[in-house]
Write a protein that binds this ligand. Sequence first.
Ligand SMILES: *Cc1c(COP(=O)(O)O)cnc(C)c1O
Length: 336
Amino acid sequence: MIVDLRSDTVTQPTPAMLEAMLSAPLGDDVFSEDPTVKKLEQMLAEMFGFETGLFCPSGTMANQIAIKAHTQPLDEIICDKLSHIYNYETGGWAFHSGVSVRLTSGERGKMTVPQVEELILPDFDWYPNTRLVAIENTVNKGGGSIYSIEEMKLLSDFCKSKNLIFHLDGARIFNALVALDKTPMDTHGFFHSISVCLSKGLGAPVGSVLLGNAAFIKKSRKIRKVMGGGMRQSGILAAACIYALENNIQRLADDHRRAKTIATALEKCSWVKTILPTETNIVIFEVENAADTTTKLAALGIKVSPFSSTMVRMVTHLGISDEMTKYLLSTIPKIH
Ligand SMILES: *Cc1c(COP(=O)(O)O)cnc(C)c1O
C-alpha cells in the first residue's frame, strides 16, 4: 500500500470531478468569455462577501499579484517568519514588487497585534513605507495552526486603525473555517484581499482564486497577464474547482480527524521527540534525523516530507482513507 502524506497537493481528480470538467461550458478567458471561470470567481466572491475574484494558476501567483497590486517600490510588507509568502514564493515580493519584508516571530506562525505594531516604521527618509500585513490561515509551517475569527478581527481592526492593507493567504482557509465551525462570511470585512487554494485539501488539480473589490481585481487581471497567467479555456479547470467547493468542503473534517489520530499514535512512538499541536490536516513532528525517518517510512510505502534536518511533515487529504490510516498506525511503531 502507498500512503502519500507528503502534501495535500498530491490529490487526483475523482471520476465525478472529471465528469464535471468534461461537461463545463468554455470560452476564451483572456477575452473574459469563459462562463465557468466567471461562475467560479463569482461563487467564491459571494461566499466571502467580496465584489469579485480572479482565477489564477497557483496560490503563489495569487499572493504575488496581491502584493504587487497593493504596493509600490519603497513599500514594506509584514509577514511571519514561517509564512509561505516569505519562505516558499522564491522571494517574489522583491522580484515582482520591489518591496522589502519584515518578519514577526509568532507562536506557530501566528502574529499578534503588539508584534505587528512593533514593526511599523515611522516616516523617515531612511525607512521603507510600511504598507501591507499578510497572515496565513491555517499556517502550514505552524502545523496547520488556526487564527480564530476573533484573532483575525483584532488584526484587521488594528490594520484599519493604521491604514495598512490586510491580506489573507487563505490557501487552507476552508480547513480553518471547518475546524472552527464558522462560515466564510464570518470573515467579512476583515481583509482587503484573500487568496484561496482549490488545489490543496479541496482536491482540484489546479487553481487558486484571488478575491477583492472590483478596482483591485481589475488591476490584478493586468498583473496576472504580465506574469503570464492569462489562461484561455480555463473553465475546464474552474469546473473542477466548482465541483470541489460544492462537494469537498465539509469532508475536510475527516482529514482533521485522521490527522489527530495519526498525531496521537506518533506521540506514543519512542522515535518521535516532540510534535506540534495538531489542529487541522497537518502533522509536524521532531525526530533525530528527518532524512533517515523519511527513508525508513518510504521503504514501507509511507511518503512524508522532511521539513528541516529534524522535522517531518505529514498531511492528510482526500486521497487518504481510513484503511490507509490504519496501515500507517500499525506501521509507525515498528520503525527505528
Ligand atoms: C500551497 C500554498 C500556497 C500556494 O501554493 P501553490 O503551490 O503556488 O499553489 C500559498 N500559501 C500557502 C500557505 C500554501 O500552503
